[in-house]
Design a protein around this ligand. Structure first.
Ligand code: APR
Length: 310
């Protein structure tokens, strides 16, 4: 169990993440921070009051515009920003969220200089870069949540199509967190059986397409916000691997330095997460088609990076 985890942004993703972290008792204290006075305090108190019923001892505390209580956090999750509205791409958010993430990163650098930062704010790959640049933390300590969520969506659609347990679907979605993400069909199996033996190409293509638009599908339903149940689950799975030093291999956004032929940018790749944060990038072999798709996805991330001045 860690001593302290901070979640910045007490909106839908942040608050649900704090709740899941507390329910799993991944730290003694979970601090929820936001700019809107009253919201983090109220949500944290409400969650703490659920502790006697749920049976967790993690103290959830809220703070508005005050990073004092976050001091010394071992992990910080960044969900601050504005969420997508219908018709908005993740990239439309870039400038607004870059300014917000810059402010938050300065506070993290000052109050939690040893923290491992898990970035969730969108556009994800670019917000990871902003965080890394502003904090000056090494790549081991700035990781982005996207691939676990995209993979969970892909796995849920496959389980539905095959009428099998979600637990038996192994898969990995790489690339930037956007419409060009790369679900790796060549590594998708059902208890070790290649998925191509169980579903025809037309059905698989449909599932890949639905995965790529998984975020937009939720936004179209909700209208006033974006997904948060699955995003918070995905974030907590990453934090759990760090907090418990599980060394899980998960698709995460990592700063690339030549891996997969890419460098100077964040992109979703297979990562081993443990107590030191990003402990290894696993350079798996890709088919020619997957390589081309990853390159295209990376180009999209670079374009969005160009829209931000630091
Ligand atoms: N510092 C702290 N919190 C901030 C700041 C800031 N500088 N600026 C905004 N916030 C807070 C808002 O007040 C709000 O409570 O961030 C929270 C965002 O919550 P929501 O609007 O509910 O958005 P949410 O659905 O949680 O998504 C947050 O995660 O998945 C991504 O695309 C999503 O970038 C978005 C982020």
């Amino acid at each position: 169990m860690l001593n302290k985890i901070t979640v910045v942004g007490a909106g839908n993703v942040g608050a649900t993440t704090a709740q899941r972290l507390a329910e799993k008792e991944l730290a003694r204290t979970v601090v929820l921070v936001d700019v809107v006075d009253g919201v983090p305090q109220g949500k944290a108190l409400d969650q703490w009051e659920s502790a006697p019923i749920e049976g967790f001892d993690t103290r959830v505390i809220g703070a508005a515009n005050d990073y004092g209580p976050t001091a010394g956090s071992e992990v910080v999750v960044v969900t601050a920003g504005i969420a997508r509205k219908p018709g908005m791409s993740r990239d439309d958010l870039v400038r607004t969220n870059a300014d917000i993430v810059k402010q938050v990163s300065q506070q993290i650098k000052q109050h939690c200089p040893k923290a491992i930062v898990v970035v969730v704010s969108n556009p994800l790959d670019v917000m990871c870069w902003v965080t890394k640049q502003v904090t000056g933390f090494p790549r081991e300590r700035v990781i982005g949540m996207a691939g676990v969520l995209d993979t969970a969506r892909y796995r849920s659609f496959l389980a539905e199509a095959l009428d099998v347990s979600v637990q038996d679907i192994q898969a990995m979605v790489l690339g930037g967190h956007g419409d060009t993400m790369v679900p790796l069909i060549s590594y998708t199996t059902v208890s070790g059986i290649p998925v191509t033996q169980l579903l025809d190409k037309a059905k698989l293509d449909k599932i890949v397409d639905r995965t790529r638009n998984g975020g937009a599908e939720i936004v179209a339903f909700l209208k006033t916000g974006s997904a948060y149940y699955a995003p918070s689950s995905a974030t907590v799975q990453m934090v759990e691997s760090i907090a418990l030093d599980k060394k899980r291999v998960l698709p995460c956004a990592a700063w690339l330095d030549g891996e997969f032929g890419l460098s100077g940018m964040y992109c979703g790749v297979p990562c081993k997460l443990g107590k030191n944060g990003l402990e290894q990038i696993i350079a798996v072999e890709l088919t020619a088609e997957e390589k081309a798709a990853l390159k295209k996805s990376a180009e999209g991330v670079k374009q969005t990076m160009a829209a931000v001045t630091l």
